[in-house]
Design a protein around this ligand. Structure first.
Ligand code: TEU
Ligand code: CA
Length: 555
């Protein structure tokens, strides 16, 4: 397999609004990030993925961009950005930017023009349709609730928005739109950034004719099937690759909602000239039911394992996995897949082990390296996320579900769980801000914070440092093939990695009980684990242990 830096890298995702506030306005900013680069370097990662920092009215926390070539006022200036890039590069850290080009903000100058008249030169930058018999152009529902169409009085037409009405979808069929986007990407790459994470890139090509989708419980038609992996998406990405990406030594990762293995091979196959990798959401979405993610269903380990097994084995040799258990759209991975009370430290290390020993490029979401947990807000007023509000109203008012039930769902799966401020120390507001934070700090910051973690050689942070450094020193961990062991176990996730003579076996206990396993590990040596020693044939609560044979280390 071709060896490249982005296959060997570990990525750290920063959600700038919640990372570090340098000026006391309660909102994280670029100078705040600069002040924490040494911390990120100390962790040992190679790449920072910055969630959007562009000019934005912040209807969806920066995923609604009004100027792609300017910085959000609250975050700083372009000079701050240039300084951030330079300071990161000086430390050997690369920066990839969020590229949000399925839609813009409705405050973007293209949209302001587009809505002015039916014959405005920018009209065709967006997707405008006439109503049908006094109704919406089709039955599509928006991702965050409500219809996917917004009526615009001025020209008596509707525009399409797969997300909020403040996020109109760009018309990728228009080649001028594509050209403008490529120019913008080139501008950033010429500045020296190291790649892109591409927001909902799987949705940019819409099915011609925009046909109704299958009617869902929400009362709207299924938009994902009509828009995900549309007919021209690969053509567009190959064009983007030709015009822009191929000219730089960068990394790209596509956020591809609804992606299957087969489809992922098209986006990121080594011979496809589209993207390097994609995020697949099968694990994140494994508990979806008729209310989507809004439920309290427990995680079934065999299902979790079989999804990873499929992606690990089927992409091997032809495409590359992006490994993650959480991001800014998800609850905290520790609260979801581990145990955030009695076994918080053990289970955080176990989850890190389980993910970082697989084939692919691992992503760490800010705070996971210190074991941050869900906020479990008890008051609706503590939430900030537009999706959470929309869902609360939809489920309680339209579907008549009890408020307590829906609040419980928010506590478990709201995106705000992953968006509470980074916990830097045990001072006021966890050291995130000297002002009032834009979203409340998790109450557990006295115990869980970076200052304590970096001092403690048994901390989750220290353990992540070891995991990252092992990956850097071992081709087996990066490139080895994956074989699942004990597929039927509901308690243990076990797998083997093999590269020629080199082998390692990973055993992870996903329960709070001591569990037995029957496997002969003689001839193996312990590489890393979250408890001292190895018990013979048993794993302690949330224990992770990795053993190896014939491993070769660089350095
Ligand atoms: O997310 C797209 C996406 O698929 C989300 O709808 C995700 O499934 C959902 O948030 C889970 O609750 C991207 C960004 O990551 C997200 O933050 C933005 O809100 C969205 O696009 C619109 O740009
Ligand atoms: Ca600030």
């Amino acid at each position: 397999m071709n060896q490249t830096w982005w296959k060997e890298a570990v990525v750290y995702q920063i959600y700038p609004r919640s990372f570090c506030d340098s000026n006391g306005d309660g909102i994280g900013d670029l100078q705040g990030i600069i002040s924490k680069l040494d911390y990120i370097k100390e962790l040992g990662v190679d790449v920072i993925w910055l969630s959007p920092i562009y000019r934005s009215p912040n209807n969806d926390n920066g995923y609604d961009i009004s100027d792609y070539q300017d910085i959000m006022e609250e975050f700083g200036t372009m000079a701050d950005f240039d300084q951030l890039l330079e300071e990161a590069h000086r430390r050997g850290l690369r920066i990839i930017m969020d590229l949000v080009v399925n839609h813009t903000s409705n405050q973007h100058k293209w949209f302001l023009e587009s809505r002015k008249s039916r014959d405005n030169p920018y009209r065709d930058f967006y997707i405008w349709r006439e109503g049908k018999d006094g109704k919406l152009p089709n039955n599509w529902g928006a991702w965050f609730g409500g219809p996917a169409w917004e009526y615009d009085k001025q020209t008596d037409m509707y525009y399409l928005h797969l997300f909020t009405p403040e996020q109109p979808d760009l018309n990728w069929e228009n080649e001028i739109v594509r050209k403008k986007i490529y120019e913008m990407m080139t501008w950033w790459l010429d500045k020296g950034i190291d790649g892109f994470r591409m927001d909902v890139i799987s949705m940019i090509s819409k099915v011609p004719g925009l046909p109704d989708g299958e009617l869902l419980e929400t009362g709207y038609g299924d938009v994902s099937h009509a828009c995900a992996h549309g007919p021209r998406v690969h053509e567009f990405l190959q064009e983007m690759n030709r015009e822009v990406l191929s000219k730089y030594d960068i990394m790209t990762v596509g956020e591809t909602a609804c992606v299957t293995v087969e489809e992922a091979k098209k986006y990121s196959g080594f011979d496809r000239h589209e993207l390097n990798t994609v995020f697949q959401f099968e694990v994140m979405d494994m508990n979806f039911n008729e209310n989507g993610k809004w439920n309290d269903l427990p995680v079934q380990l065999t299902k979790f394992k079989s999804i990873f097994n499929k992606w690990q084995t089927e992409l091997d040799g032809c495409a590359w996995n992006a490994l993650f258990l959480g991001n800014h759209d998800q609850p905290r991975s520790l609260s979801r897949f581990g145990n955030d009370t009695t076994y918080r430290v053990e289970s955080a290390k176990m989850l890190g082990t389980c993910l970082h020993m697989m084939q692919g490029t691992p992503y760490i979401f800010q705070g996971d390296e210190i074991g941050m947990t869900n906020a479990y807000f008890e008051d609706l007023n503590d939430y900030r996320d537009i999706e959470s509000y929309n869902v609360f109203h939809h489920l309680t008012e339209e579907k008549g579900m009890p408020k307590e039930t829906v609040m419980r769902y928010l506590q478990l799966v709201s995106r705000d769980n992953g968006r509470t401020p980074m916990q830097w120390n045990d001072q006021e507001n966890a050291g995130f801000t000297t002002g009032t934070p834009w979203i409340s700090v998790n109450k557990n910051y006295h115990e869980i914070n970076a200052a304590a973690a970096t001092k403690d050689k048994n901390s989750i942070f220290s353990y992540y440092q070891k995991l990252i450094s092992l990956r850097h020193r071992s081709s087996l961990i990066v490139y080895g093939s994956f074989h699942m062991l004990m597929p039927d176990s509901e308690e243990i996730f076990a797998y083997e990695r093999v590269l020629e003579e080199q082998k390692l076996v990973v055993l992870c206990n996903f329960t709070d009980q001591t569990v037995d396993y029957a496997m002969d590990l003689s001839g193996y040596e312990k590489l890393i684990g979250n408890y001292d020693g190895i018990l013979n044939g048993q794993l302690r609560p949330y224990e992770a242990v990795v053993v190896q044979k014939n491993m070769i280390f660089k350095d």
